[in-house]
Design a protein around this ligand. Structure first.
Ligand code: COA
Length: 301
């Protein structure tokens, strides 16, 4: 550990910091899409801040505070490299993100050991009872439905994008045009949607991302009207990824079909259970249709 306070600056993330941030999050066991930070920066330019050791030029800390809209924000990716902890660098980064998200209702996911700290020191006093469960492992893909008799499956493209955006808004209550558009434009992601063959209505969609953890794919989000449709979306979309090993899923415990899919059918291991906390009020969504959360560093649904 450095014996003196390290020579650090806090600054907004630049595009060239992405690999360093992915590595930092990897070391802190945080799973995230390998281009999701770049996507989120396009939507909210200063949503990510980093700490840089100006002697070595290395990025040694990160924190995100993402403005979902003028009323709501989410905090995440809060991590400092182990040997730089307890010098107050975390707090400096945190303050910068607080300033960016000022006067909004803020959400954060916290491990049970951090709940007390966030409530007492940072004012996250609204703690709903639902929890976000993270699963990871080698998926039993042979267990999944490969088809659905009432649905066609399409890659998301400019023609079906408006329908996907409208479906997403029905589920989460927010218009996320930019998020979906930029996410499917990432070179390492694929987006797939399900459409009812009789009514033409969208019945679900997913964006599947390569991640910062070696050969692990993350569906973020995976929303569907039924878990059978979600299974077929996942099975078909995963075929696009050559040489992947594992799947990481974030499911709300109140959607037992989602947790059963992750744990029983796919055989993934429960690696973490996190509390969702807010500063002012709970942000509700249609959790029955949320099989996997959107990137949880940026959205609480
Ligand atoms: C949490 C973390 C980012 C703090 O960074 P840091 O530079 O050591 O923090 P500081 O020196 O500014 O502050 C030190 C103390 O304040 C706490 N703290 C820092 N920011 C805080 C915040 N926003 N709210 C509440 N407590 C906070 C720290 O946990 C630490 O508590 P401790 O003394 O009981 O261990 C760092 O410990 C870390 O990377 N931990 C591993 C990843 C992690 O757990 N992230 C949080 C995800 S929920």
């Amino acid at each position: 550990m450095p014996s003196e306070i390290p020579n650090c600056i806090i600054r907004a993330m630049n595009l060239y910091d992405n690999d360093d941030i992915l590595a930092l999050c990897h070391d802190a066991f945080m799973y995230l899409g390998d281009q999701v930070n770049v996507t989120m920066m396009k939507i909210d330019h200063n949503c990510l801040h980093v700490a840089e050791d100006i002697d070595s030029g290395k990025v040694i800390g990160v924190c995100s505070g993402f403005n979902i809209n003028t009323k709501c924000a989410t905090f995440g990716e809060y991590s400092i490299a182990p040997r730089y902890r307890r010098f107050g660098i975390g707090n400096l980064l945190w303050s910068r993100c607080i300033a960016h998200c000022s006067n909004r209702n803020c959400g954060i996911l916290a491990s049970p050991k951090n709940v007390f700290k966030y409530r007492e020191k940072s004012g996250f006093c609204v703690i709903p009872s639902r929890k976000l469960v993270q699963y990871c492992g080698y998926p039993h893909l042979f267990m999944l439905n490969k088809y659905h008799e009432d649905c066609d499956f399409e890659w998301i493209n400019v023609y079906n994008l408006p329908d996907v955006i409208a479906y997403d808004e029905q589920v989460c209550g927010f218009n996320r045009t930019q998020f979906i558009q930029y996410s499917i434009g990432e070179s390492s992601s694929v987006g797939m949607m399900a459409r009812d063959i009789h009514s033409g209505k969208v019945m679900g969609y997913g964006i599947f991302r390569r991640s910062n953890q070696f050969s692990t794919i993350i569906p973020q989000p995976l929303y569907a009207t039924s878990v059978e449709i979600a299974e077929a979306l996942m099975y078909n979309a995963l075929q696009k990824f050559a040489g992947f090993d594992k799947v990481f899923m974030e499911c709300w415990d109140i959607n037992t079909e989602a947790t059963t899919l992750a744990s029983q059918k796919l055989g993934l291991e429960n690696i973490k259970t996190l509390n969702i906390m807010f500063t002012e009020y709970d942000i509700q969504a249609n959790f029955g249709n949320i099989i996997c959360n959107s990137p949880s560093q940026f959205y609480p649904f």
